[in-house]
Design a protein around this ligand. Structure first.
Ligand SMILES: Cc1cc2nc3c(=O)[nH]c(=O)nc-3n(C[C@H](O)[C@H](O)[C@H](O)COP(=O)(O)O)c2cc1C
Length: 197
């Protein structure tokens, strides 16, 4: 596939096989993320790669526990309301049980923190797609990046001074019949383009 085809057929995967990702594939996906551009070439994004099932299960349990304490309010972003709703029912798995979660940290004091992390995440999603791996952006840890329980739990995994979560990526082999990700492009009805003549 050429680059545009890979980009257009990248779709989010939300059902994963439990198998660990081949380390060569994982390393190349991370490398693609690390080669993303950064504001002023800052390169302050920090990739914390979690593949330990016990850690992922514990983190998912804590995320569910902390969302369950929150209230759904009118006008709330619908994905956040859905996370709270599912958590109150006690069955929320924010990372869709993916075998790998790459949590993206950056400096809280740096004005391009989210932009830089977003470039890393997109590079990794494109690279994963090129390798027939499934991935999906995970925002829940960013929403909880001031929650003391989650911050405390993540702090044991090498988080550095001044860093906060600004996004995450769930990654793994898609749980589909042929093992390949869905590649049906979503039609573009928004993302307007205006050419200036
Ligand atoms: C900033 C951002 C945050 C997102 N957060 C989540 C999320 O927390 N959980 C999730 O399942 N999908 C998340 N997504 C994936 C979008 O829902 C998905 O990209 C969109 O519905 C289009 O579908 P596609 O990725 O299959 O093209 C996020 C995407 C972006 C760009």
């Amino acid at each position: 596939m050429n680059t545009l085809e890979i980009i257009k057929t990248r779709r989010s995967t939300r059902k994963f096989k439990p198998n660990a990702i081949e380390s060569e594939d994982l390393n190349q996906i991370i490398e693609a993320g690390r080669y993303a551009p950064s504001g002023g070439n800052s390169q302050t994004s920090h990739f914390i790669v979690i593949q330990n099932k016990e850690v992922l299960d514990q983190l998912a349990q804590l995320v569910c526990q902390e969302f369950a304490k929150m209230e759904i309010v009118e006008g709330m972003y619908k994905s956040m309301a859905s996370s709270i709703y599912q958590s109150k029912n006690g069955n929320y798995r924010f990372h869709y049980n993916a075998p790998c979660l790459i949590v993206m940290f950056n400096q809280e004091s740096y004005s391009n923190n989210i932009a830089d992390v977003s470039c890393c995440l997109e590079n990794m999603m494109i690279m994963a797609s090129a390798k027939d791996l499934g991935s999906v952006w995970i925002n829940q840890l960013k929403w909880l990046n001031e929650n003391p329980v989650i911050v405390d739990y993540l702090s044991q995994f090498g988080v550095e001074k001044g860093e906060k979560v600004y996004g995450a990526l769930a990654l793994g082999y898609p749980d589909t019949e042929d093992g390949k990700p869905n590649r049906t492009p979503l039609p573009r009805t928004g993302n307007k383009v205006t050419f200036v003549s």
